[in-house]
Ligand binder design. Sequence first.
Ligand code: ADP
Length: 256
Amino acid sequence: PSDNGALLSVRQLNKSFGGIKALSGVDFEIPQGVLAGLIGPNGSGKTTAFNLVTGVLKPTSGQIVFRAVDVTGNAPERNAELGMARTFQNIRLFRDLPVIDNVMVGLHMRNGPGFWSTVLGLPRASIAERNIRKEALEALEVLGLADKAHQIVANLPYGDQRKVEFARALATKPQLLLLDEPTAGMNPQETADLGKTISKLHKDLSLTVLLVEHDMKMVMGICEELTVINQGKMLASGTPQEIQNNSAVIDAYLGR
Ligand code: ADP
């Protein structure tokens, strides 16, 4: 399929749950290297769209193209192999394990059989293990967490736990980083810090990011391109400034 040069294209995406149309005819594109945001009020279909892109849900109809490959209906594991990495709205970490182990888990999942050779104590495994440890440490360094690598996750502040999740996703060297409401449960200071972290990752690593978020201040401050959905339908897309001046968005906000 043609990809128009975009890293991710979503075309005419529809998703129904029984009689409920969660998404109808949603289109958007994320060019390579862009920090993009998907926004909309509660219940507008953001999580549904996110789950369709990552493969957690299958669309009723429509197409998802990633790196010029039709990935519609792919399982999440396959999309991860192709270069999507995600974080979850609720942090999913092994709280009683050290930070570094949590990051290494992400790499073991990517490397698949390496995990089993480690369990079986095969000689090649120790080299693989050392490489994995090194890559995990590098990802922690990017997030400024290298000095906390051996701390137990549960003992870290919430904001740092979020960063561990980011490190785990980054360690797989993704083409597309998908963030599902990363500020959920954060106070304003943590939210502002996280915005800076996302922005820095995007700039330093030329990383393409799709951010699904309800904190408008943060989204408007860091995203380069926004897609707005409302009641499962596309409302607008453009730069934050274009969105703020968009009459459809203003009408929706004012309830017209
Ligand atoms: P958002 O993330 O923007 O808050 P969602 O994608 O969670 O919106 O929800 C969009 C709509 O789809 C809502 O009306 C919601 O109730 C409905 N919905 C989402 N998931 C399901 C599901 N598994 N079963 C039935 N309805 C769902």
